[in-house]
Design a binder for this molecule. Structure first.
Ligand code: ZN
Length: 242
């Protein structure tokens, strides 16, 4: 079984279409989405419709939650706030309804999805350290928990003796008896210095997980953002991947 796990699309249709092509070329069996379909970018409806049509499991992100008016956006920085307000204004009924139906976490077999962390999904706290990761392992069942939120691709493994370690590299062999907490990075707003869209590929036949990077036409998305009057800083950061 090959599953693509994608997160943090953030209304970036060009990045999403590039990822879709890559997923198609890879011959993936199912696609799962880890939250934040809207916010920051210029195409909230097209991206939400894509998630509706293409994903098996999907969960709520904090920007989705904010677009629904379910959280106080004072915790967002001013640019993120402007963008989420603009996104919410554009959204069509079917897409709003779908966002409202998203659960905070979802599991199927060995896979759990949750946007920020499995310990307290609605607290929206980031997993930034090995300590944070260690605290979260007891809060999901099965071998894999996929998260997003920080837009930083990173995988942490828990071995049979309780040791928690970073598993470096783009291709990670899945070890027998290990469990994994993996941030799949961001499709629409990567922040690890690489502007290419990022997603995760779990191949259970080969016993490996891979981070896949896909370049896309950043300039097209940027032009749409300028036309929509979205904040300049958000336009610029896309090209820098930060
Ligand atoms: Zn996000």
């Amino acid at each position: 079984m090959r599953a693509a796990i994608i997160s943090d699309i953030h209304s970036n249709l060009e990045a999403l279409q590039a990822v879709e092509k890559s997923i198609f070329d890879l011959g993936v069996d199912e696609i799962h989405f880890v939250g934040d379909v809207v916010g920051y970018g210029p195409d909230p409806n097209a991206c939400t419709r894509w998630v509706i049509d293409n994903t098996v499991m999907a969960v709520m992100g904090n920007h989705d939650f904010a677009a629904l008016g379910l959280m106080d956006i004072e915790s967002f920085n001013p640019n993120a706030r402007k963008a989420i307000t603009w996104n919410a204004e554009q959204m069509e009924g079917r897409c709003i309804e779908y966002l409202g139906s998203l659960p905070m976490r979802q599991s199927q077999g060995d896979l759990t999805l949750v946007h920020a962390n499995p310990k307290d999904p609605e607290g929206w706290n980031y997993i930034f350290s090995l300590w944070d990761a260690e605290m979260n392992f007891p809060h999901f069942e099965g071998a894999f928990c996929f998260v997003g939120h920080s837009h930083q691709p990173v995988a942490v493994g828990l071995d049979g003796e309780g040791g928690v370690n970073l598993t470096p590299g783009d291709v990670i062999p899945v070890e027998e008896g290990f469990r994994y907490l993996i941030n799949v990075g961001s499709v629409g707003q990567p922040r690890d210095g690489n502007p290419a869209a990022c997603f995760g590929l779990l191949d259970t036949d080969r016993g490996q997980f891979s981070f896949i990077r896909v370049p896309y036409e950043v300039g097209v998305t940027q032009r749409k953002m300028v036309e929509a009057g979205l904040p300049r800083a958000l336009v610029e950061r896309l090209a820098e991947g930060r």
